[in-house]
Design a protein around this ligand. Structure first.
Ligand code: SF4
Length: 459
């Protein structure tokens, strides 16, 4: 915020003028005024920060030249490079930008490459994607995390197809599509439609904060708004898509969070943070953007029961899982891992011992499926398998995993639990389903447990 002018405090200029009026000697005895601060120290309110015209021209030219030579060869770039010759090609490019940008949000490029290739093989256009089921989409997405984004991609594709099959051609219209936010709309519009609009992600925030020594909190809404404004100043009118990708590429490859390669940087001569380090030995370019305390992770606990139902009447647990079925329950359509299938799980408020966890699981199985674990003659075994910690962005989830093996028995959902959906799947189906990393891990732990138990028995 700008400070109001303080009318009561005399400025240096006032003092000098008044002193001059009194005697020349008094003026001469006054201490020498401080030299004008250097430009990189003068930055005050973020609203006042601007790129000068010559800076914009230099940054655009240097970055585009560098990007033309140094851009990484990535599968989505092979689709989006070159001039589109018709509307269908523009839409194919828009679709590739959309899918890649959604996948890249908070996931490393190297991880995304194989997912992107698989996705585009299966659904090369928005029309193909619109025909997919959520199960198929989750299957391809499995392991990327943030499953809501996959669901939104599917819902967005359906919207685009229902509206005629063409992507909206401007940022404002793109934003009406499910799952397309400000960043993704900017990326699609600038890369596929050549609209001169900026994009701002973590890389862009870092690069601009360093170029302009912005010390305001980078998580603050006002700061982000101003970074968008500055990115808008910089974006090249003729090659907006390339320019936006160049800034992000610079942030991803050279202007990295902890060890930027300033000596190879194409915009080092326009970088205030680097300039500052040359005048102040205690300054580091990594002082920008300002580090802010991470949001404290919440600790959650969950008792997970892998319920295996033996199809054979022998009642022996097979390591291969052939002849077994597993009970899966669908998560609610809102919230964490919305709509995904998982093994029956009970949330615990606090860290709990085995007895407490089993009590919670017993209640759940009884109330949901009418299964009385203590009375049923169908229980073959019940074993504690182990613990797994799954990290979400703000949640640290401790999963306590158990294996409960039942003889062939149909579980029936209790009438008053009408909202819960469940199914049985065999091991083969389980292997190809779109399951979250946590569920996949629980299953693998159960497999390992069964293998180690079987080798103990056979000794
Ligand atoms: S000179 Fe260094 S800090 Fe500045 S933009 Fe380039 S890599 Fe980043």
């Amino acid at each position: 915020m700008k400070k109001e002018a303080d009318n009561t405090t005399p400025t240096i200029a006032d003092t000098i003028t008044k002193s001059k009026k009194r005697t020349r000697n008094v003026y001469q005895l006054k201490p020498k005024p401080e030299p004008e601060p250097e430009p990189w120290f003068t930055i005050g309110d973020i609203e006042d920060i601007q790129f000068r015209e010559y800076e914009v021209a230099e940054i655009r030219a240097s970055l585009l030249k560098w990007y033309d030579i140094n851009q990484r060869d990535l599968p989505w770039r092979r689709i989006i490079e070159g001039e589109a010759t018709d509307d269908d090609e523009i839409d194919r490019k828009a679709y590739a930008v959309w899918v890649s940008e959604i996948m890249l949000q908070q996931t490393r490029v190297q991880t995304v490459i194989s997912y992107f290739n698989l996705w585009m093989d299966k659904w090369p256009t928005v029309h193909h994607l619109a025909q997919a089921s959520i199960e198929e989409v989750n299957e391809v997405w499995a392991g990327l995390g943030y499953y809501r984004r996959a669901r939104f991609l599917l819902e967005g594709a359906k919207m685009v197809v229902e509206e005629g099959g063409k992507f909206p051609r401007s940022v404002s219209d793109l934003r009406k599509v499910k799952g397309i936010g400000e960043y993704t709309a900017g990326a699609i519009a600038s890369i596929a439609f050549k609209e001169a609009v900026p994009v701002v992600d973590g890389n862009v925030i870092r690069v601009i904060a360093r170029l302009k020594t912005i010390s305001a909190n980078p998580k603050d809404k006002a700061t982000i708004k101003n970074i968008w404004r500055l990115a808008g100043q910089l974006v090249d009118n003729h090659r907006p898509g390339d320019f936006n990708q160049a800034v992000m590429e610079l942030g991803a490859t050279l202007c990295t969070p902890l060890s930027p390669s300033c000596s190879s940087c194409p915009v080092s001569t326009q970088c205030s943070a680097l300039l500052k380090t040359k005048h102040d030995s205690s300054a580091l370019v990594t002082d920008y953007p300002t580090k802010v305390a991470k949001v404290k992770q919440r600790h959650d606990y969950s008792a997970v029961t892998v319920v295996e139902i033996l199809e054979s009447e022998q009642g022996t647990v097979s390591i291969s899982d052939s002849g077994s079925k597993f009970l899966l329950v669908k998560r609610p359509e809102e919230g964490l891992l919305a709509g995904l299938w998982e093994f029956p799980s009970v949330s615990l408020n606090v860290k709990a011992d085995l007895v407490t966890r089993r009590r919670a699981v017993d209640d759940f199985l009884k109330n949901s499926f009418g299964l009385n674990v203590h009375r049923s003659s169908n229980i073959v075994s019940r074993d504690e398998v182990g613990e797994y910690v799954h990290i979400f962005t703000h949640i640290r989830l401790n999963m306590y995993i158990e294996l409960l093996v039942l003889r062939s028995q149909d579980l029936h959902r209790k009438k008053n639990k009408g909202l819960m959906t469940f199914k049985y799947v065999d091991a083969k189906t389980l292997a190809t389903m779109g399951l979250s990393t946590g569920v996949r891990k629980a299953y693998n732990m159960v497999q390992k447990f069964k293998q180690s138990r079987s080798s103990l028995i056979s000794r």
